[in-house]
Design a protein around this ligand. Structure first.
Ligand code: ADP
Ligand code: ZN
Ligand code: MG
Length: 476
């Protein structure tokens, strides 16, 4: 890119709200059900069917707005956005255009501040399924509640774009607003991007890249568009305002359609729906329901439990993991060891997308105690946790079938030490004449002699004792 140019990004994000029912009817919103099994006259758009707004969706929108430091409007209402396509049989989508529920927010992040223009509530359209042998429409998604979060064109780096999206997903998960699954389409990012002269306040013409299904794609699409637009400008041509798609395979964007303008959508007020009137008391009540957010939780872990910042990040970055960690601490207060075992041993088996960390917590705590008392070796933790988490085997059974206990029985260990020393008189002599390196050899031989694990501290002490006692008495 020409070094006098810089990119400007604004994001439009659709997040499916985690309500049980759809936005204007009582059909289920559950993902993955049989096609067209969650439908009714309202979400199919039959003439005469009357929508009624789902109050849970309003509450979640208030929470989202509050997390993003928005003004929550006391008055908002619904409009009809007209377009004609088979995923929308009414011929219009119910959305909020003139009076959205939330406005003017911001989110402070490490890479900068993202300003929020608005958040509005709208219904999702049906899903069209097109592949080589099918061409059909699934209305289960029609009428699922969405919020659209629109940022200002204020994002000047990929790092900030990434950090914003990641934080939004995590915060929405924490507050049960949206499950944040980009791959399933419950969280969809549209990228608006343009180039402008560095010292100018005037923005360039933007392109809008639709439906990026992962953060990786978002970052690749940014690169591809910067490249394409700077090429266009370099050739002395101008960027046209249009909607584009992103091809994962080629890593390039391609033109979909010229951007519709507001006039094309023929917005009109939807008088079938009452306006949303929110009293301050009500807004405050909903705000109070918002749980601790990841950033604060991280600070809490650092301050209260003395966990380092890197570990705290790992724990909070997965809601299920941080809940599991909290649950463990309620049962046993050793945050250092518990966080260490979770992060260094358990997490390698844990998929990032889990909703709950499925492991028997009592077994896990008992395991922690065994580690703490040095009854097992840390190096066996990976195997034990594999059986516990992946194979769902109880701790009792794991120990029945394997040799993980460390013997701390001094008499038993002394017997082993003595017999090893007796069998290795040469080595003993070498040790007596000053070759201290041979100590490790004795340790190894003792461990080899038994199929039990020996407590290495005790083993070392006894070995030292016996070697010292024998000094001078050695037969040459
Ligand atoms: P429209 O009314 O066409 O939807 P908006 O003004 O509402 O346009 O902006 C839609 C999105 O595009 C917002 O996220 C905004 O930040 C972003 N945007 C607007 N202009 C630009 C621009 N010149 N460059 C990059 N992003 C932009
Ligand atoms: Zn319905
Ligand atoms: Mg707009």
């Amino acid at each position: 890119m020409d070094e006098n140019l810089e990119m400007v990004i604004g994001l439009e994000i659709h997040a499916e709200l985690q309500t049980e029912e759809k936005l204007f009817c009582s059909c289920s919103t559950k993902f993955g059900a049989k096609e067209n099994s969650q439908i009714c006259p309202i979400c199919l758009g039959y003439p005469g069917a009357l929508p009624k707004v789902n109050e849970d969706a309003i509450d979640l929108a208030i929470k989202a707005g509050s997390i993003l430091n928005c003004i929550i409007n006391n008055y908002s209402d619904f409009d009809r956005k007209s377009y004609f396509y088979r995923d929308l049989p009414k011929g219009f989508q119910i959305t909020q255009m003139k009076n959205p529920i939330c406005e003017n927010g911001y989110l402070e992040l490490d890479n900068g501040t993202v300003y929020i223009n608005r958040i509005h509530i709208e219904e999702d359209a049906a899903k069209t399924i097109i592949n080589s042998n099918e061409n059909k429409v699934d209305f289960n998604r029609a009428g699922v509640p969405l919020i659209e979060i629109v940022t200002e064109p204020c994002i000047y780096s990929k790092e900030l774009a990434k950090e914003f999206v990641e934080n939004l997903i995590l915060m929405f998960k924490y507050a049960d607003i949206c499950n944040g699954k980009l791959e399933e389409g419950s969280f969809r990012v549209d990228l608006n991007i343009s180039l402008k002269e560095k010292n100018s306040k005037i923005l360039g013409t933007r392109a809008e890249i639709k439906n990026l299904s992962s953060i990786k794609s978002l970052l690749k699409a940014i690169d591809a568009e910067v490249e394409r637009q700077s090429q266009v400008l370099f050739l002395g041509e101008s960027v046209i305002q249009e909607t584009r798609g992103f091809n994962e395979k080629t890593g390039k964007t391609y033109s979909l359609r010229n951007k519709e303008n507001a006039l094309g959508y023929r917005y009109i007020k939807d008088y079938n729906l009452n306006p949303i009137i929110l009293e301050e008391i009500y807004i405050n009540k909903i705000k109070k329901e918002i749980p601790i957010m990841p950033k604060e939780k991280k600070n809490f872990y650092i301050e209260k439990y003395n966990i380092n910042s890197k570990y705290a990040d790992i724990l909070i970055n997965n809601k299920a993991v941080s809940i599991f960690f909290d649950d463990c601490l309620e049962k046993y207060a050793n945050p250092k060891l518990i966080s260490n075992v979770i992060i260094n041993y358990l997490l390698k088996y844990v998929n990032n997308n889990i909703e709950k960390l499925e492991i028997n917590i009592d077994d896990f705590i008992n395991l922690i105690k065994l580690v703490e008392n040095e009854n097992i070796k840390k190096s066996d933790l990976s195997d034990i946790l594999f059986y516990m988490y992946n194979e769902k085997i109880s701790l009792d059974d794991i120990f029945k079938n394997n040799n993980y206990f460390i013997s701390s029985n001094e008499d038993e260990i002394r017997q082993i030490v003595l017999s090893v020393l007796n069998e290795n008189l040469n080595a003993k002599n070498q040790y007596s004449s000053g070759n201290n390196k041979i100590f490790g050899f004795f340790m190894g031989e003792c461990n080899k002699k038994t199929n039990k694990k020996l407590n290495s501290k005790i083993l070392k002490n006894i070995l030292e004792e016996e070697l010292k006692d024998n000094k001078g008495e050695t037969i040459i």
